[in-house]
Design a protein around this ligand. Structure first.
Ligand code: 5GP
Ligand code: ZN
Length: 136
């Protein structure tokens, strides 16, 4: 547990939350500032700052539970779809540095917008593709 981490405090029961799921490795609770009705956060219980630092075993447990919880969230609020998102790093909008994934139920005409598209040249795309492959 990280003493300064708000999600660690939630997991430890030191801060109240609207919990929807818990097992030995994973917890899920409603987001306090939801983008839509049913917006849920799913987290590994063990502290890590983001998914790149989380260990594979915990990450796998989160993903397995996320499938079950996403289906339950959809059913509970009669959603027609959902976004499954990890904001990773401050530049991507991460504000809580404990690995978490957002399950955001989506409805027809709910007003949420996707990010705009940005083009880059095919040459640059190929160069980026090659760099990614080299980096794996
Ligand atoms: P991110 O770091 O991915 O940008 O988002 C963190 C999310 O955690 C936000 O959507 C925010 O509303 C949620 N959040 C922050 N503090 C709390 C809290 O104390 N309780 C709950 N349930 N959600 C929180
Ligand atoms: Zn934490």
């Amino acid at each position: 547990m990280d003493e300064n981490c708000i999600f660690c405090k939630i997991i430890a029961g030191k801060i109240p939350t609207l919990k929807v799921y818990e097992d030995k490795d994973v917890m899920a609770f409603l987001d306090i500032a939801p983008a839509n009705k049913g917006h849920t956060l799913i987290v590994p219980k063990k502290h890590s700052k983001d998914m790149l630092e989380d260990n594979n075993k915990d990450l796998a447990a989160v993903m397995k539970a996320a499938k079950k919880i996403s289906a339950a969230v959809m059913k509970a609020v009669s959603a027609e779809g959902f976004n499954f998102i990890a904001n990773t790093g401050p530049v991507a909008g991460q504000v809580v540095f404990h690995t978490h994934f957002h399950i955001i139920p989506r409805f027809e005409n709910d007003g949420l917008k996707h990010w705009p598209k940005k083009d880059y040249s095919e040459d640059e795309m190929i160069a980026v593709k090659n760099k990614i492959i080299e980096s794996i």
